[in-house]
Design a protein around this ligand. Structure first.
Ligand code: FNR
Length: 187
């Protein structure tokens, strides 16, 4: 079974990115894969500090999240854009996951990106920064991505996307991600 984990870069109640994570889960499942949605508030980690790390090692929560990711062949980061870049919650998580967590999180799986914002650009500027970060840690990434703007009106009640074009892009992202994982596991 193809398993994909979806990690929103916002943990707040009512987060648009958590809603988008649910839309993505639905879409991924329509392509025959299993989706796991994470809430990063279940994995609280201190702001990265090398002194803290020398004393304590990686936090148990970072190790637990890494273990969970290890059970999946695909990862989707779904993120808000803060001042045109990554929110600290997501960057801190990415940094901890790159350390001694017992799993090479950024290898042997395929990554995809999505963003959501109440603004018109949908967080697309964050996605180019995030893509750069992940490419530099050696992650394999698919090209399709989605940035969902006007978040206040972007979701139907069943968590599908209200804009037909964006819904089509999400379908393309899911098809590409599931297809890439299946072709990688067939070789
Ligand atoms: C924002 N927001 C924002 N939005 C955007 O489209 N581009 C941006 O550069 C920023 N910058 C920014 C900085 C900071 C510090 C905050 C707190 C917010 C607005 C942001 O998109 C909005 O709060 C979203 O609702 C956050 O995502 P969640 O929590 O709804 O998933």
């Amino acid at each position: 079974m193809t398993k994909i984990i979806i990690i929103p870069g916002s943990s707040r109640e009512g987060s648009f990115n958590r809603k988008l994570a649910s839309s993505i889960a639905k879409s991924i499942e329509s392509h025959g894969a299993t989706a796991t949605e994470v809430n990063l508030s279940d994995y609280p980690m201190p702001i990265f500090n090398e002194d803290w790390e020398s004393e304590n090692g990686a936090p148990a929560e970072a190790k637990a999240l890494a273990q969970l990711i290890a059970e999946h062949q695909g990862v989707v980061f779904v993120t808000p854009e803060y001042n045109a870049s990554l929110p600290p919650l997501l960057k801190n998580t990415i940094d901890w996951l790159s350390r001694g967590v017992g799993v090479k999180v950024y290898q042997d799986r395929v990554f995809a990106l999505a963003a959501c914002s109440p603004g018109g650009l949908g967080g697309i500027r964050c996605l180019s920064h995030l893509r750069d970060v992940l490419l530099n840690v050696g992650a394999e990434m698919i090209t399709p991505q989605i940035a969902v703007g006007q978040a206040n009106t972007a979701f139907n009640e069943d968590m599908t996307l209200s804009n037909e074009r964006t819904a089509g892009m999400l379908d393309g992202l899911s098809a590409t991600l599931v297809g890439r994982i299946k072709s990688a596991s067939a070789t």
